[in-house]
Write a protein that binds this ligand. Structure first.
Ligand code: NAG
Ligand code: ZN
Length: 908
């Protein structure tokens, strides 16, 4: 155990994708993003803990499983069997795709929320939360989806901002005037005016609420003073103010219900009354509103419900309404009833944001039912504290996480479905009392671990109860103990957000199960990030993650959400293997991965032909660079032929320095989940430092110097370092290309790149003064090249003039002689000849081009700063082109240059 601890671990906990449907580009974005980080950590020598998982239960799978058969007549076990088969199929397809994308994991050891061991761990979390009092049963309004016949949690809602409701203004005649205003003149026959967007809730009205301390006035209508202006406009009539009084004077008033004879409802104070819309007096139906419900609990009003699980009025609503669906015919009927009794003042269309079932895309209603809840209100502060210690990337996502915690005061965790983890509870046959305690829960957890949760339906109830509890609950007849039990097993299953929210307990099996990172799309801000936080905080007062990475969604190239109807869905499988038409070539997995890496994953991520083509072109460019490196390393054995950095040409040392800088920056960027920055660094390094600089400068040395010369070996040593560094730096993004290069690279010792470590860094590369010498020389080189735009530098002689100074000394380190065709300075300038002097020569050719510049030397962290001027004179060389090396260093066109003569002589 100790030895294991010694090796640093990196734990990225996989958020389980839903085992429903085919792999899509959103999966690709998420999985590849994670894989890039995992591979980076593995290269850095960390032990990577990454177990992919699937979220396997829940209504959408259940519906799909039922869909093939029609819904009726199946037992829970039959439904579960079908649902499981469906999930298993989806998992297999998704898993195969994740593997094709190059996602590294032990694919035989994944986690599945339908595994018995997982379910048992989840029940442990349930048990601990229950024993701490965070889980309770209650009868109260919840979001209810008639289309899926179940309660829904906030996280399962999708708000439709364009929902159209039939809003009404209706009157409630005041039958008992509030004592404080009973003496006012002209209040006979006054009615209270209310506004609602849900007319079907009028039958369930139990009160009209007002805001204490606000002014109200009335004529025939009682409305809030602040609302008179907008109401006049709306009703198209001038409202005359007859009397004005404050809200609290309304106390004691009683209204007659407009549609239900004999029913009277009180006027009551409430703090949720808003002056922003409506009449300032609020229709209150405790069964159908969260705020209404809190008024009802405070004033002990009835929360009776006259809407059934299908969203239809029950018998209790009376013969006119019974069996009508509340959102449609039920609403029509209520409105016509109001009209008939003269209570309808106005009807209008109201476009507002309304909750829909995110799976069926149908509107939900609020209705009360007996459900199990988590008291999130009491966890909120602890969760916020825990979140403070969590790093959030991007930091701007933190606000959303906090807002979600505030928004949710309770979390309804029971679902009236079959495909899930059963809530481990038994109910008394007559009283309905719940039987649930630590003995029953741990007994059931043990059974689930052994047999899976099917046993909840398979086993006789006697086996589901532990012996010590069983003894107590056997039916006690007058003189003997019967075998009959007073209890039934519960039929609800847990919300799947509770399933996945408990994954930290089931998957991270350390003594301190905390992941280094959770990485998911922004939709998980109110989903898995939150359910994981709440369960973990409830059980052990801390977050299950040290950092959260929140990425955006994949969208089309036009920035639109992908949808089948728009025809802009990008299938990752088509990206890799190609599609049917020529517009969809096979790009391969590396292009898909490059696209992910290159994107700004913290915002919306666009994908389409342009992004993919550009990714392919970028990879080709990189491939060419790697080919150049590999080609020039043919036959080079770094173990015996490498040159020590101290003996290298300055420019070679400088390249090592640049490589080092590049790798440090790339390392930082990977650590920030910013592979896009890695790619930008890589592209700058390859284009600016390698292709257009170093590779052109060293060509002569590489191709024309003797094979085993110090100069050639020196730059080969650097090419080998560059190949190694660049390959490692892109390996997390392009593992296939990197492995291929590694296989062909000289001197590798491991069978896979991923076991051979990260980019080496050697401190000797940071030689002081080296950078300044090279950068000074490069500044002079730029001046030279810009005086002969578009011309071949090799055809020119350059005279570099610097007054005696630090800069002169630095240039002398690159060229000791006053005049040279083969110095390091001459190589860097790529000129025929370089003369280095401290005085402008008098006998310059008449056609010489002059230019001047300055270079700021900054040494020892700014202690030595020197601004040095230099001049250069450029003239066409009088030398001829050497037929061997093609440099203009020969005396005549038919003889070799002196350097090449020596080489040829040795060769003979
Ligand atoms: C460079 O120096 C050499 C050797 O001193 C001399 O022959 C040549 O004329 C100089 N070239 C220029 C352009 O000044
Ligand atoms: Zn030559």
């Amino acid at each position: 155990k100790k030895a294991r601890k010694a090796k640093k671990e990196f734990c990225l906990h996989d958020g389980p994708p839903y085992a429903n449907g085919d792999p899509h580009v959103g999966h690709a974005l998420n999985k590849i993003l994670k894989d890039i980080r995992n591979r980076f950590e593995m290269l850095r020598g960390r032990q990577v803990h990454y177990i992919p998982g699937w979220d396997c239960h829940g209504l959408p799978i259940e519906l799909k499983a039922l869909g093939e058969l029609g819904t009726s007549g199946l037992s829970p076990l039959q439904i579960r069997q079908k649902a499981r088969e469906f999930a298993v199929g989806a998992i297999a397809r998704q898993k195969a795709a994740f593997q094709r994308w190059g996602v590294m994991a032990d694919w035989d050891k994944c986690y599945y929320t339908f595994d018995g061991a997982y379910e048992a761990a989840q029940l442990k979390v349930f048990q601990e939360m229950h024993s701490k009092g965070f889980i309770y049963q209650d009868y109260k309004p919840v979001f209810w989806s008639p289309s899926s016949r179940t309660a829904l949690a906030e996280a399962e809602l999708e708000y439709n901002p364009e929902h159209v409701s039939r809003a009404i203004y209706a009157t409630f005649p005041l039958v008992t005037l509030p004592p404080d205003i009973a003496s006012e003149e002209g209040l006979e026959g006054v009615s209270v005016l209310v506004w609602t967007t849900q007319p079907w809730t009028i039958p369930a009205n139990q009160a009209v609420c007002y805001m204490p301390n606000r002014e109200d006035n009335s004529q025939l209508l009682l409305v809030a003073a602040e609302r008179t202006a907008s109401l006049s406009a709306l009703l198209g009539t001038e409202l005359q103010i007859v009397a004005t009084f404050t809200g609290s004077q309304l106390q004691g008033g009683v209204c007659k219900h407009p549609t239900i004879p004999e029913k009277q409802v009180p006027l009551l104070p409430a703090n949720h009354v808003t002056m922003a819309k409506g009449t300032g007096l609020v229709h209150t139906a405790p069964a159908h509103g969260m705020d209404d419900y809190s008024v009802a609990s405070h004033f002990k009003l009835s929360v009776e419900c006259m809407v059934d699980e299908d969203g239809k009025f029950t018998e209790m609503a009376g013969p006119d309404l019974q069996d009508l669906a509340v959102m449609t015919e039920g609403t029509d009927k209520v409105i016509s009833m109001l009209k008939a009794c003269g209570a309808l003042i106005k009807e209008e269309q109201c476009v507002h944001s309304y909750p829909y079932d995110w799976r069926t895309k149908q509107p939900v209603v609020i209705r009360p039912s007996k459900q199990w809840f988590i008291n999130t209100e009491s966890l909120k502060d602890k969760a916020k504290d825990a979140l403070q210690k969590v790093r959030v990337l991007p930091e701007s996502a933190r606000g959303g996480l906090l807002a979600m915690l505030d928004k949710r005061t309770y979390w309804c965790i029971s679902r009236q479905r079959s495909w899930g983890v059963p809530i481990p509870v038994f109910y008394h046959k007559e009283t309905g009392d719940a039987l649930i305690n630590k003995y029953t829960m741990s007994h059931i957890a043990k059974l689930f671990k052994e047999k899976g949760s099917d046993c909840w339906w398979e086993l006789p109830i006697e086996t589901l109860l532990p012996p010590e509890v069983l003894k107590k609950v056997r039916k006690h007849l007058t003189d003997k103990i019967s075998d009959d039990l007073d209890y039934l097993r519960g039929e609800d299953v847990l919300d799947i957000w509770f399933d996945s929210g408990a994954s930290w307990a089931a998957v991270l099996e350390e003594s301190d199960p905390r992941a280094d990172a959770y990485v998911e799309g922004k939709d998980q801000i109110g989903g898995w990030f939150q359910s994981s936080l709440l369960t973990s905080v409830a059980v052990r007062k801390k977050a299950p993650y040290k950092s959260l990475v929140v990425h955006g969604f994949a969208v089309s190239e036009k920035g639109e959400k992908m949808s089948k109807s728009l025809g802009n869905v990008v299938d990752p499988d088509v990206v890799i293997n190609g599609g049917k038409d020529s517009g969809t070539p096979a790009y391969g997995a590396d292009v898909l991965r490059w696209w992910v890496a290159e994107s700004n994953v913290f915002s919306e991520v666009q994908i389409g032909p342009n992004a993919l083509n550009s990714a392919r072109d970028s990879i080709n460019k990189l491939r060419n660079t790697l080919k150049f490196l590999l080609g020039n390393l043919q036959g080079f054995d770094p173990r015996v032929q490498a040159v020590d950095a101290k003996e290298m040409y300055y420019i070679d040392q400088y390249m090592l320095h640049l490589l080092h800088e590049y790798s440090m920056k790339a390392t930082d960027a990977y650590g920030e989940f910013d592979a896009g920055r890695v790619i930008r660094l890589l592209q700058a390094f390859i284009t600016r430092d390698l292709s257009s600089f170093y590779f052109s400068v060293i060509k002569d040395r590489l191709y024309c110097e003797p094979e085993d010369s110090l100069g050639r070996r020196s730059c080969q040593t650097v090419l080998e370092e560059l190949l190694d560094g660049v390959t490692r730096s892109i390996a997390p993004i392009l593992p296939h290309l990197a492995e291929e290069v590694y296989l062909h690279a000289p001197g590798h010792e491991h069978e896979t790149l991923f076991k051979s470590g990260w980019i080496k860094s050697v401190s000797v590369w940071r030689r002081p003064g080296l950078e300044e010498a090279m950068e000074g020389a490069c500044a002079i080189r730029d001046s030279f090249l810009s005086t002969i735009p578009g011309k071949n530098a090799a055809q020119y002689d350059v005279t570099v003039v610097i007054e005696p100074s630090l800069l002169f000394e630095l240039m002398e380190s690159l060229q000791e002689e006053p005049s040279s065709t083969s110095s390091q300075l001459a190589e860097l300038m790529m000129a025929a000849r370089v003369n280095l002097t401290s005085e402008m020569p008098r006998d310059l050719p008449p056609d010489a081009l002059l230019s001047h510049g300055t270079f700021l030397i900054n040494l020892e962290g700014g202690v030595i700063r020197e601004d040095s001027a230099y001049s250069i004179a450029v003239a066409p060389t009088s030398a001829a082109r050497c037929p061997r090396c093609r440099r203009y260093t020969a005396q005549s066109a038919d003889c070799l240059c002196p350097r090449c003569q020596t080489i040829e002589a040795v060769a003979e």
